[in-house]
Ligand binder design. Structure first.
Ligand SMILES: NC(=O)CC[C@H](N)C(=O)O
Length: 360
């Protein structure tokens, strides 16, 4: 153990400990309220460039394993916890959480008063932070860089093909979680994952029956060079957008996005489905939202809303088979209550667009 510090961009310092190996790091400091699922969370590529604070005080109790990762590499820039378990207990565990992070080059600070830290972020909004070995100087003496090209760093660089005997779905990979691909494969779909900047002509050449716009890190507005490609494609193919994919759909049709003060990251976010009035518990990990008023000029209806702050959590095209969710129906980590949305999409691909019902 070695003393270490989190310095926030606003100058506030949180002391803690670097366990075994002291790696420094920097990134946007965000928090997740999930009590379990830490391995799925740290392997979600949407956290690229961020320092993640776990609200739940004790992390690592059941170790890490070969099955629960959402990507092969870890893309986040740091992890902050109250306490990390060094003697995990689970029949599948192959390593401690701490060693898993460090062997993947991820800085981690523990022994931090995460309750005060999370309250600070809730009051002042997410901001950049640095994990430092030496007692920090004034925040203004450091350089605070903006992150860019995050999607470029996490997307596949070549086509990935997965055989299946059903319809063919092409996944635009902005940082796709593995469990999204698993759910598509479970429906026996043939799946092709393509780099996020694949041209419209190349995607059409794959003769898809449908498209998935995946989750991914960073500000969706940075991908403005893709908006016309996305719009042209989704006009012709049934599409399901997830999280970043949902935001890109909105932007492609002229809606606007903005940053939430402290984001939605956790496994117990209630959303209401407006057509039925039903409330679902969902897994979430996003820092941006579609500005509700700007949906008015688009052919989309808001389909789900967040019950904490009324933000848009899903939308549906008025007459084309295009739907999207801001939350994560694939869960991992989190509740699987909305996994039926995948079946809705895959059924539509198998049975044809006529099975899509528009909102009157
Ligand atoms: N999980 C995601 O796809 C996140 C989308 C986007 N990067 C956001 O933070 O809002």
């Amino acid at each position: 153990m070695k003393e270490g510090y989190l310095l926030l961009e606003d100058g506030v310092v949180f002391p803690g400990w670097f366990p075994t190996e002291a790696l420094e790091g920097e990134g946007e400091v965000v928090f997740n309220t999930s009590m379990t699922g830490y391995q799925e969370i740290v392997t979600d590529p949407s956290y690229a460039g961020q320092i993640l604070v776990f609200c739940y005080p004790q992390i690592g109790n059941y170790g890490v394993n070969q099955q629960d990762k959402e990507s092969e590499r870890l893309f986040l820039n740091g992890v902050i916890t109250g306490e990390q378990c060094i003697e995990p207990s689970h029949f599948r565990s192959t390593n401690t959480f701490t060693n898993y992070l460090l062997s993947n080059g991820i800085p981690t600070l523990t022994g931090v008063d995460t309750r005060v830290l999370v309250k600070h972020i809730r009051d002042h909004g997410v901001m950049k932070g640095k994990l430092l070995l030496e007692k920090p100087l004034q925040a203004s003496t450091y350089e605070w860089k903006d992150q860019s090209s995050l999607v470029h760093d996490v997307s596949t660089t070549s086509y990935q093909h997965y055989e299946g005997d059903g319809a063919h779905v092409v996944v635009l990979d902005f940082g796709c979680k593995k469990s999204i691909l698993h759910l598509l494969q479970q429906s026996r779909l043939k799946v092709t994952v393509v780099p996020y900047d694949t041209s419209e002509a190349d995607i059409r050449a794959l003769c898809p029956d449908g498209l998935v716009l995946s989750n991914g890190p960073g500000d969706p507005q940075e991908l403005s060079f893709l908006f016309s490609t996305i719009r042209n494609l989704v006009e012709d193919y049934p599409t399901f957008g997830i999280c970043l994919g949902h935001q890109l759909l909105g932007l492609a049709y002229g809606a606007k996005t903005r940053k939430l003060s402290f984001g939605h990251r956790g496994s117990n976010h209630p959303v209401q489905e407006l057509e039925t009035g039903k409330v679902w518990m969902t897994a979430q990990n996003h820092g941006y939202e579609i500005v509700p008023e700007t949906l008015a000029g688009t052919p989309f209806h808001s389909h789900f809303v967040h019950l904490h702050d009324g933000s848009i959590e899903g939308m549906k095209h008025r007459y084309k088979p295009i739907t999207s969710v801001q939350f994560h129906p694939e869960a991992h980590a989190g509740p699987t209550d909305t996994s039926h949305l995948f079946n809705g999409f895959t059924d539509m691909l198998q049975k044809g667009e006529s099975s899509y019902y528009a909102i009157p």
